[in-house]
Design a protein around this ligand. Structure first.
Ligand SMILES: C[S@@+](CC[C@H](N)C(=O)[O-])C[C@H]1O[C@@H](n2cnc3c(N)ncnc32)[C@H](O)[C@@H]1O
Length: 370
């Protein structure tokens, strides 16, 4: 297995800090790597004044125009589950989506798509698929924004985007179709050897068995065809000690990881190397893995990294509540008020210029042997 691909964009180097590592504001509570602070910890801590975001006017204006409309499908699919006023895909079969399927989430997903193209230096994928690719599957397509861009770029290809939630727009390129399909089904609806390229992005926390998932993807891919899966870590990393374990950002991954265990869908896809292990087990060959550190916030010095940081923070802020409600509330049992207080602390920290945080975006692609 190679660690990097020839011709792929350079890894985003660990972005340099603009200032010296800050002194911790208060003596950290001693918490082990696993400790989750109780909801009451955040209720009792005073919420500092919000910090205004600087330099993010471009991100706001670029994305103020992004809208997505919801396709009108059958009534049963539209029986969304409502949690604290937000709509989620209703549980059916083995599908249980932890992100909402409404406008705020759609805006966040579309912003993330732009961020992904920045991360890939304008590309839509790294796998060396031919320009005349014929049939492409995008699993867990969300707003379908990747599938739309891909279909526009490859007008001769037939592109299919699937999701459990009908949150895709109705006006799409003629060579693109959206379908409701559950990727956790033991056998996907597609025939053997049907697709030249299977694309996957951000299904962490959604898949019951990653080995089974890659096995089905292998079955439906043509010999010589490719899979590419982008997943990211939910851990807010840093290189200068500015994210402490007992801080709101330090607690974020711990709650996700514990919630994922209870929920039966892991959020440790990157940490446990699920992509490479699952693809190897399924028979995929020529596996290439690439890790990119994506900064959060406008703290990096370099222009490219700064822009990425502004977009990643914008994506998160566009729907911070949506990312938290299901796992913190439904799975871990926090009340809405407890969640809101925690998010207020988190927002403050995410905007703190002394916090130099990033997350890992892992891309793994591989080929089905001829
Ligand atoms: C974080 S979003 C990513 C959307 C899109 N791939 C992107 O990168 O813009 C995850 C998507 O996976 C969908 N999803 C969750 N569980 C699924 C399942 N079992 N089968 C198919 N899609 C699923 C959700 O409805 C949501 O739209």
């Amino acid at each position: 297995m190679a660690n990097d691909a020839p011709g792929s964009p350079p890894s985003t180097a660990p972005v340099e800090a603009t200032t010296a590592p800050p002194e911790p504001a208060a003596k950290p509570v001693t918490v082990s790597d696993q400790t989750i602070l109780p909801a009451s910890h955040w209720q009792n801590a005073p919420i500092p004044d919000p910090i205004p975001a600087e330099d993010d006017g471009d991100a706001d204006s670029t994305y103020s125009s992004i809208q997505s409309s919801t396709a009108s499908l059958t009534d049963s699919i539209l029986q969304y589950r409502t949690i604290h006023g937000r709509t989620f895909h209703s549980e059916r079969g083995r599908a249980q989506a932890w992100t909402p399927n409404d406008e705020s989430q759609a805006e966040s997903m579309d912003m993330n798509h732009h961020l992904c193209t920045l991360v890939l230096d304008g590309k839509l994928h790294l796998a060396p698929i031919p320009d005349d690719v014929e049939k492409v599957l995008d699993i867990g397509t969300g707003t379908g924004v990747w599938a739309m861009d891909f279909a526009d770029l490859h007008p001769a290809a037939q592109v299919i985007g699937t999701d459990v939630s009908p949150m895709q727009p109705t006006w799409v390129p003629p060579n693109l179709q959206f379908q409701i399909d559950d990727a956790n089904e033991e056998e996907w609806t597609w025939r053997e050897n049907e697709f030249d390229f299977v694309h996957v992005r951000a299904l962490f926390g959604s898949i019951i068995s990653w080995p089974a998932f890659y096995k089905e993807a292998y079955r439906v891919t043509k010999p010589g065809g490719y899979i590419e899966d982008h997943e990211w870590s939910v851990k807010f990393g840093c290189d200068d000690g500015s994210v402490l374990d007992d801080s709101p950002m330090g607690q974020w991954s711990k709650v996700y990881w514990e919630g994922g265990k209870k929920f039966g869908r892991t959020f440790r896809v990157v940490e446990d190397d699920e992509q490479v292990r699952g693809m190897e087990a399924a028979g995929w060959k020529d596996i290439v893995k690439k890790d990119i550190k994506v900064p959060i916030g406008s703290w990096p010095r370099g222009e490219r990294e700064k822009t990425m940081g502004i977009f990643s923070r914008g994506m998160w802020e566009a729907d911070a509540e949506g990312y938290v409600l299901y796992i913190w509330g439904t799975v871990m049992g926090w009340s809405r008020e407890e969640i809101q207080v925690y998010i207020a602390h988190l927002r403050r920290q995410v905007r703190d210029p002394n916090v130099h945080s990033w997350y890992l975006h892992r891309i793994v692609y591989a080929r089905k042997p001829e």
